[in-house]
Design a protein around this ligand. Structure first.
Ligand code: NAP
Length: 246
């Protein structure tokens, strides 16, 4: 059985490891190629875009793929839409593996935003010293905020334009609550900006912000394409794949 996992997340790697351990399953993971040195998943790996939904549908047909699991990041909305379209065109069963968003906790000071642009518009009303963790490609939405100071953390160097007063911190999770608390204190941060990515690897910043009483500007995740089945974790996705074998 041939399975394609659209990856780029910890859950995608966990699923690849679980499926690759089954000799009856040939698993290929696909990465966009955004991160310079990604952690390699178990099984086969291909890197780079497919050329839109038609290109992905062609790939699925050419490789005689039996199942497609979209385990991309909750904010990777283009590839998720492409996967839905391509799976329909190539008649390949599709499952979305999407980890849940972070649950609100007592003591949280959450401010939701529907987009990065809305977050940027709300930000001056919330603080002056910002911890920006939305990702290296998303800083442009905040570049016009010349009166605010930013600590921008990303895995690889961020794409310009950046806000004029920005300190870049290159780091890759998982992070600890103690480390995040120290970072917030050291840089006298008064507001945290994050996407609602969910998952344990980057949740410590929310705990640290809660402990310090800081507001968190949280960008809501985009909706899934209509009618697409989804599960919250790798174990459920592996069970779905095995169920297809009958
Ligand atoms: P996106 O905007 O949804 O996708 C843009 C294009 O990148 C897609 O049209 C596709 O190109 C290509 N692509 C995306 N994911 C791919 C994959 N797994 N394999 C092959 N091609 C892929 O995606 P994005 O938000 O830039 O995210 C890119 C990758 O980084 C994803 O795999 C995602 O899981 C990971 N990631 C994203 C975020 C985030 O916040 N967005 C955070 C952490 C990790 P073609 O149309 O040419 O096929």
């Amino acid at each position: 059985m041939r399975v394609l996992i659209l990856g780029g997340t910890a859950e995608a790697r966990a699923l690849a490891a679980e499926l690759a351990a089954d000799p009856r399953i040939e698993v290929t993971s696909s990465l966009a190629g955004r991160v310079a040195a990604p952690r390699p998943p178990a099984g086969r790996l291909r890197v780079g875009g497919f050329g839109g939904p038609a290109g992905l549908a062609d790939w699925l047909r050419e490789q005689r793929t039996d199942a497609l699991v979209d385990a991309t990041h909750p904010f990777a909305r283009t590839i998720t839409a492409n996967a839905a379209e391509a799976a329909t065109a190539a008649r390949v069963p599709l499952l979305v593996l999407r980890r849940p968003g972070w649950r609100p906790q007592p003591g949280d000071r959450r401010h939701p935003a529907d987009s990065l642009e809305e977050a940027a518009a709300l930000l001056p009303g919330l603080g002056r010293r910002i911890f920006l963790t939305t990702g290296r490609l998303e800083a442009a939405a905040f570049a016009h905020l010349a009166d605010l100071w930013f600590l921008l953390r990303s895995v690889d160097p961020p794409e310009p334009p950046l806000p004029p007063h920005t300190l870049v911190l290159l780091a890759r999770g998982p992070y600890t609550v103690a480390g995040e608390r120290e970072l917030l204190r050291e840089h006298r941060i008064d507001v945290l900006v994050s996407k609602d990515s969910g998952g344990p690897a980057t949740a410590a910043k929310l705990t640290a912000a809660r402990e310090l009483g800081l507001p968190v500007l949280l960008v809501r995740r985009p909706p899934l394409p209509p009618g697409v089945a989804s599960v919250p974790d790798a174990a459920a996705a592996a069970a779905w794949v095995r169920g297809l074998r009958g």
